[in-house]
Design a protein around this ligand. Structure first.
Ligand code: AKG
Length: 264
C-alpha cells in the first residue's frame, strides 16, 4: 500500500477531504494581494452588503468593527482580481482535485483582526448551498499571512466528507450557521500554512479555525469551484451564493433534519 507521501493531491483530497496545495503565490504576489485586501478592509473598495461578521454572535470589543470580517465576492466588487494569478492557479488545482469540468463558483475574504478571539463556527460549506445531485466541490483557502494555531489556521475533520451532512442551525444571532463539532472530534487536524500557500477542502468537510489571539492580522483569500453543470443548475434555481442577496441560511435539506426541506 502506498504511503501518504506517494499519494497525489487528488488522492489525498479524496481520502481526507482536505489537502495542502503547496505554494500558490510568490512573496511579491502576496504583497499585491495584501494591498488590495487592505483596501477592502479600510472600505476604500466598497463591499456594501457583501461585508458581514462571521462572528457576530459574540459581543464585539470596543473599536472592533467585526469579530471575523467576511467579504463575499471580492472578484465581483473589484474585477481586476479575476485577471491576477490566483484565480487561474486555483482553477488548475480544482480541476486536478474534482475534474476538468470544475469552474469558478465564488470567492471570499475572511479576516481575523488582532486579539479578536472569535473562532469560526464549525460547519460544512454544502450546508449553505441548495442540495445538488453532484456534490463535488473544492474550496481553496489561501493564507496571505502565516496562518498558525493562535491566529486562526484552518482545522478540518479528516474523513468527515464521507459521512452525511451534519444538522446545521443558525448561530445565536441568526446571522450565520453552525453544527456541533469540536477540536476533540476524532480526525480533527490543524493545518498551519506559510503566507502564499493554500489548503483545499471539499463541500462536505467539517472545518473551523480558532480565534486570533495574536498582535497580527490573519488574512485569507478563499476561492470556490464546482462542476459547471451544478453551477448552471444552482443559478437556474435562483441561488448565487450571496451575489444578489447576502443572507446565510441552512439551505441544504441534508443539513436540516428538523424541517427536512431547508429554509429559504
Ligand atoms: O477562514 C476561516 O476561518 C473560515 C474559512 C471557511 O469557513 C471556508 O473557507 O469555508
Amino acid at each position: 500500500m502506498a504511503v501518504n507521501a506517494d499519494l497525489t493531491l487528488a488522492e489525498k483530497f479524496e481520502m481526507d477531504g482536505f489537502v495542502s496545495t503547496g505554494p500558490l503565490l510568490s512573496a511579491a504576489e502576496v504583497d499585491t494581494y495584501r494591498e488590495i485586501y487592505d483596501r477592502f478592509l479600510s472600505g476604500e473598495i466598497e463591499s456594501g452588503d457583501k461585508r458581514s461578521d462571521l462572528g457576530s454572535h459574540v459581543p464585539r470589543r470596543e473599536g472592533v468593527e467585526e469579530n471575523i470580517t467576511q467579504i463575499m465576492w471580492p472578484s465581483a466588487l473589484h474585477k481586476p482580481v479575476l485577471d491576477m494569478p490566483l484565480h487561474a492557479r486555483a482553477l488548475e488545482i480544482a480541476k486536478a482535485l474534482i475534474g476538468d469540468d470544475a469552474v469558478f463558483d465564488f470567492d471570499m475574504l475572511i479576516h481575523k483582526g488582532p486579539h479578536t478571539h472569535v473562532p469560526t463556527p464549525w460547519h460544512q460549506d454544502a450546508a449553505y448551498w441548495i442540495d445538488l445531485p453532484d456534490k463535488r466541490a473544492a474550496s481553496i483557502w489561501v493564507a496571505l499571512d502565516d496562518a498558525v494555531l493562535d491566529n486562526g489556521c484552518m482545522w478540518y475533520v479528516q474523513g468527515s466528507h464521507k459521512h452525511p451532512l451534519r444538522t446545521h442551525y443558525p448561530t445565536s444571532d441568526g446571522k450565520n450557521i453552525q453544527c456541533d463539532c469540536s477540536e476533540d472530534e476524532p480526525g480533527a487536524t490543524a493545518v498551519p500554512l506559510p503566507a502564499g500557500e493554500g489548503v483545499a477542502h471539499s463541500g462536505t468537510t467539517l472545518h473551523s479555525s480558532r480565534g486570533n489571539t495574536t498582535d497580527s492580522v490573519r488574512r485569507a483569500y478563499i476561492l470556490n469551484f464546482r462542476p459547471a453543470e451544478m453551477l448552471r443548475l444552482e443559478r437556474e434555481r435562483g441561488y448565487d451564493v450571496g451575489l444578489t442577496e447576502n443572507v446565510r441560511l441552512v439551505r441544504n435539506s441534508g443539513a436540516n433534519e428538523q424541517t427536512g426541506g431547508g429554509q429559504q
